[in-house]
Design a protein around this ligand. Structure first.
Ligand code: 13P
Length: 344
């Protein structure tokens, strides 16, 4: 596997290749252990703008920045949050005090991460199934993010239970693996996110089947790409019935999720950080709590929620400077609940 110049130490005629893998493992463990988890605040400009407007807040680079600053600077956030995933726009923005977001995050005890995929587009001839884009020029972008302090990155592949064939799984897993290998070359921990969507009315078994196919294919491609599994964080969905189907108990969801993961995720992976996928905060915390109580789990489990942590905070803020403290209280409480769940 190709290594960056920083990994090569020239000693006379001998080249010692110094592995940076322990550092990646260290970061992956830091992100997923001790009950702390990762805050996903990396919505694209389009998605973030829509979420602001849905709360009656005019969307602009300034309001998107103000909102992300409110999240990051919530007092004591680092007690339950180990890392924050930022969007490219936020990564280059400054807080009110002039510090850039990734610098401020580190000073607050939170590792800064960056979403590097550029979104999804239909995969031709595949019934509307999606492929994630963003590999072109990715090496150069990762080098720049690493220079500016990024500790980890994220790439999200999206799978729908109705359209995920082996071909769709392979195409998306291949892209995820190329991204992950490139991240590791730049000393950045890749969050590998194969998300099986929970929209729809499918039963739990359908989610289990698609999640199993996605994860099996992802780990096969990671292996082919030479990715060091001890230096990644996996970000999967919980295995649940569709949001419009009858609910299953947290116990059954944790059991189904563990069954799929233990079959597909090698024990070398240090940590798994779940997405919330549109489930309510209480529900995903209950799933995580049940799962973290499973004995003999080979990996750390924690949260990397977006909506389950921030939706009530955004509503409480409403774009009003007088409501910042109330919004931060909401965020802190949601993170505290998720962190308690991660500890079982
Ligand atoms: P949700 O927790 O809102 O699903 O978002 C997590 C995420 O990062 C999706 O890519």
């Amino acid at each position: 596997m190709q290594r960056s110049g920083a990994d090569r130490i020239l000693l006379g005629m001998t080249t010692i290749v110094r592995t940076d893998r322990p550092a990646l493992t260290e970061t992956a463990l830091q992100m997923t252990s001790g009950g702390r988890g990762v805050l996903a605040a990396d919505e694209s400009i389009k998605t973030m703008s829509a979420r602001l407007e849905a709360e009656g807040i005019p969307a602009s680079d300034v309001t998107r920045r103000d909102y992300r600053e409110l999240l990051l600077t919530a007092d004591g956030l680092s007690e339950s949050v180990s890392g924050v995933i930022l969007a490219d726009e936020t990564f280059g923005q400054e807080l009110g005090d002039g510090r850039h977001f990734p610098i401020a995050a580190r000073e607050l005890g939170i590792l800064p991460g960056i979403k590097v995929d550029t979104g999804t587009t239909p995969l031709p001839g595949q019934d509307g199934a999606l492929i994630t884009e963003g590999l072109d020029g990715l090496g150069g972008r990762l080098a720049s993010y690493a220079d500016r302090g990024a500790a980890f990155a994220k790439w999200r592949a999206v799978f729908d239970v109705g359209t995920t064939t082996e071909y769709v799984a392979r195409a998306n897993a291949h892209a995820l693996a190329r991204y992950a290998a490139l991240c590791q070359e730049h000393g950045i921990v890749p969050i590998v996110e194969p998300e099986v969507l929970c929209t729809g009315d499918h039963p739990l078994a359908a989610s289990a089947e698609t999640t199993g196919l996605a994860l099996t294919t992802v780990f096969d491609e990671l292996d082919r790409a030479g990715v060091d599994l001890t230096g990644i964080v996996l970000k999967p969905n919980f295995v649940t019935p569709g949001l419009n189907a009858p609910k299953a108990s947290a116990h059954d969801i944790a059991a189904a999720t563990f069954e799929v993961l233990v079959d597909t995720v090698p024990a070398a992976v240090p940590g798994i950080a779940f997405l919330s996928g549109g489930h309510p905060t209480e529900d995903v915390c209950a799933f995580l709590k049940e799962l973290s109580a499973v004995p003999n789990r080979p990996w750390n489990v924690t949260f990397s929620f977006g909506r389950a942590l921030v939706s009530s905070a955004l509503r409480a803020w409403g774009g009003d400077a007088d409501s910042i403290a109330a919004a931060q209280r909401e965020l802190r409480e949601n993170c505290r609940q998720a962190a308690a769940a991660a500890l079982g």
